[in-house]
Design a protein around this ligand. Structure first.
Ligand SMILES: Nc1ncnc2c1ncn2[C@@H]1O[C@H](COP(=O)(O)OP(=O)(O)OP(=O)(O)O)[C@@H](O)[C@H]1O
Ligand SMILES: [Mg+2]
Length: 327
């Protein structure tokens, strides 16, 4: 079945494959659409193919369709149309053949308040068919690895928000699943707890494939091997950071630092930098504009194009010189 070629032809971006990618399993999503019963269309003919190793992050605004896609890929929700394959297994038609390999932390998941972390993880493993003695031993080991040994027998309701979130991650880590879905695992966590969870996920991704959604672009850029940008139910871009960077024709972005500056006309074909937006420039343009802004005593920042720049280019459909991003 040569579906891969068919899907690849749909994309402007070529995937950058590493040697390890060729050994990994692949997720193939072909023309997946979802319209909910009340007529709300959440996904519109989404197609992509990604190697299942490392971390894949799905980003996009509220209502973009991220949770819908995650639930379909995790075999929790039926698409209205389309196909999803893991290697040659049609997981929509044969979900039972893959479910053992999948575990998910849904967006709204909370650790049950009247269980302890030890009970939470053990119960999750029992539910997945692991024997009691083994489940207990694994739970103990993983809770210790994640720094939760000292609270393992305390009620979840007595833990901090970050600890509660780690308990859910511990259940996935301890499970036998190797395809892990985490829908906004770090939302609402303080920067330190978030950074602790990043360390855990960075370790975990060496052994398991993690498909996560996030609103933190820094998190996606830091953790991910590949990133997808979903907007209004359509996959606007997908690939490695360098694939995504190639969508923005210039290498640097310039933005104003002082909010009171208003709209500033710059010495570059008369373009204007608006407060709160950015322009993309190449090296020579950066030099001319920087000199001009320094001479006029206007504070600005200049940085290599980041995921945030790419995301805003796509989300706001604006790019250097007013060119729109190609879909
Ligand atoms: N059970 C449902 N019934 C009807 N419409 C739904 C249902 N779940 C989601 N939707 C709609 O589908 C669209 C996509 O929702 P989804 O939850 O997938 O977005 P999301 O990208 O995960 O958003 P967020 O970042 O807020 O979590 C939204 O317009 C939403 O209102
Ligand atoms: Mg969601």
């Amino acid at each position: 079945m040569n579906l891969r070629k068919k899907v690849m032809n749909k994309f402007a971006i070529k995937f950058t494959n590493k040697v390890s990618d060729f050994m990994a399993s692949y997720f193939e999503c072909i023309d997946v659409s979802k319209t909910y019963a009340k007529g709300q269309t959440a996904l519109r003919s989404v197609s992509f193919e990604i190697p299942m190793h490392g971390v894949f992050s799905l980003i996009g605004r509220n209502g973009a369709g991220k949770t819908t896609l995650v639930r379909i890929l995790a075999t929790e929700l039926m698409p209205t149309s389309g196909k999803v394959f893991i290697d040659d297994i049609d997981i929509i038609r044969e979900p039972d053949s893959i479910r053992r390999r999948i575990a998910i932390i849904p967006q709204e998941a909370r650790a049950i308040s009247w269980l302890t972390p030890m009970q939470t993880v053990t119960t999750f493993l029992l539910y997945r068919g692991i024997r009691y003695s083994e489940a207990k031993a694994r739970a103990k080991e993983v809770l210790a690895d994640l720094g939760l040994a000292s609270v393992a027998d305390r009620m979840n309701r007595m833990l901090s928000g970050g600890q509660k979130r780690k308990v859910l991650v511990a259940a996935l880590v301890a499970s036998d699943a190797d395809i892990l879905f985490m829908d906004e695992p770090t939302t609402g966590l303080d920067p330190i707890s978030r950074s602790e969870l990043w360390d855990i996920l960075s370790d975990l991704k060496k052994e398991k494939f993690i498909f996560l959604t996030t609103h933190y672009l820094e998190e996606a850029e830091r953790l991910s091997d590949r990133i997808g940008i979903l907007d209004q139910g359509e996959m606007k871009a997908i690939g490695t950071m360098s694939d995504l960077r190639s969508m923005v024709p210039k290498k640097y972005s310039i933005s104003l630092v002082d909010k009171e500056n208003g709209n500033i006309e710059i010495e570059n074909n008369g373009s204007v930098i608006k407060v709160g937006s950015r322009i993309f420039v190449d090296e020579n343009e950066a030099y001319v504009i920087a000199r001009d802004l320094i001479n006029r005593n206007i504070r600005f920042s200049i940085n290599p194009v980041s995921l945030e720049d790419i995301y805003y280019s796509i989300a706001k459909k604006e790019i250097a010189g007013g060119e729109s991003v190609q879909d």
